[in-house]
Design a protein around this ligand. Structure first.
Ligand code: ATP
Length: 229
């Protein structure tokens, strides 16, 4: 379970204020207009921003002031997920060994993660030798390998074409179902949200205006999600 209690985060003249409880294993679409605070919320959960007030707990542990590396999270952003000078297997291995000193067991886990995202045989390639979809898969493999209870995704696949995007969303969904990971994905696209998520949190000008099961929110034709339908 992930809980934000009385959180206030200030960015210039913008303030995000949130009280939220996200159940373990939920897959949440974080939606809202541009500038509503989605990235601010994800950065606060990641530990890149610290709140001025309030408390964040993850699985019962207070992480409000915990550094990024000490939080039970993995992060996937839209781009810049891979280091261009490291090959595929090293990019993935960074998820478990930041100094890249791997035990034989670590190496086996890297290969296993590669296989899960169907990139067997590509471990020696450089990111520049991969398509956009394959690069996304490498980043996803690293997220998998980290094996953290909470995954934070900030419009991770918006640069991909619709077919690849659908494929990646389906893959993430399968992986989350297998591992029971809790997921929060910022997205502008309700169709993408439907492919992966079972809950929706909608932000408007830094406030949570909807926190509900996604299917129920979509059924409510005149509700706050209406502009995204
Ligand atoms: N470093 C900063 N300094 C000042 N204001 C900032 C900073 N970063 C973000 N903001 C402001 O905070 C508000 C929320 O931005 P945020 O990036 O969280 O929105 P978002 O919902 O993720 O938008 P988008 O969908 O466009 O990515 C915006 O008004 C933005 O201008």
């Amino acid at each position: 379970m992930l809980r934000l209690e009385g959180i206030r985060v200030t960015q210039g003249s913008f303030t995000l204020a949130a009280d939220l409880t996200i159940p373990k294993g939920a897959r949440v679409a974080l939606m809202g207009a541009s500038g509503s605070g989605k990235s601010t919320l994800l950065s606060t959960l990641s530990g890149f921003l610290w709140p001025d007030a309030g408390r964040i707990t993850m699985a019962g542990v207070d992480v409000t002031k915990a550094p990024v590396a000490d939080r039970p999270i993995s992060i996937l952003f839209q781009d810049g997920n891979l280091f261009p000078h490291l090959n595929v297997s090293d990019n993935i291995a960074l998820g478990i060994a930041p100094n890249l000193r791997l035990t034989p067991e670590d190496r086996a886990r890297v290969l296993e993660a590669l296989a899960k995202v169907e990139l067997d045989g590509m471990s020696d390639r450089m990111p520049s030798e991969l398509s956009g979809g394959q690069q996304s898969r490498v980043a996803l493999a690293r997220m998998l390998l980290r094996d953290k209870p909470i995954a934070l995704l900030d419009e991770p696949f918006s640069a991909l074409d619709p077919g690849l995007r659908r494929e990646m969303l389906g893959l993430v969904r399968t992986l989350c179902e297998e591992t029971g990971q809790t997921l929060i994905m910022a997205t502008h696209d309700l169709r993408d949200a439907e492919k992966l998520c079972d809950r929706v949190v909608l932000l408007d000008a830094g406030k949570v205006v909807l926190d509900a099961p996604l299917k129920q929110a979509i059924r409510d034709r005149n509700g706050p999600l209406e502009p995204w339908m």
